[in-house]
Design a protein around this ligand. Sequence first.
Ligand code: PGA
Length: 247
Amino acid sequence: MKIVIANWKMNLLSAEAANFCQAFKAGYSPKPGCEIGIAPPATLLREVSAHLAGSGVQVYAQNGYFEQKGAFTGEISMGQIKDAGCHGVILGHSERRHIFGEMDENLVKKLKAAWECELMPVLCIGETLTQRDAGFTLDVLHAQLDVLKLTGPGPLVLAYEPVWAIGTGRVAETAQIEEVHAFIHDELLRLWSGRGMEVPIQYGGSVTPENFAGILKVPFVAGGLVGGASLDPAKFLKLAEQAQAAI
Ligand code: PGA
């Protein structure tokens, strides 16, 4: 199974999103075994869901809060995300962790809240350059994956995104991706036994149509979480086709 998700981050306005969806749908045909998703900003969730209805492309939110409702100014609940037509929600993206102080403790609650609303969570993990240079990559990932011990098993997509490769144009080397994905695979087995084997592990960080086919060949890489290259429908279509060809 392969899964490619466009993470639009804080980009695109309504008309641009409509154009993107039209252009993408014109070239896209779904293929069993390969899921495609788009994660627009919260303001566009409902309309992107409407544009993509019937296309086989799923919509994800970029974040969500764990409480169901109440006085939490600026937040959106998992129920509201579901209500906007979404299939899933990205959680723990490095920009949430590093710019907005997202904590692992909250992620346990967010994962559970997503499951309660039947949303597919995409949990992001990854080390910073300082942590990699100091030789702590696997320790950092081990600690970040510990949230899964606290939640117990459930439907999940995992995204390995080395922080130093996000939006930098600096993609991780094949050997680095291979080491980490094999490690995550083993950790999932340790944490969730057989259920852990069902979790697709995406790579993210400066994925482009030029490097994606090679990344998809790495063992235990089940697709990609794509930022910059996902803002161009032609590029994102190429990435979708590459993942379909890699099934
Ligand atoms: P990038 O972003 O493809 O622009 O590096 C990936 C991500 O942050 O999900």
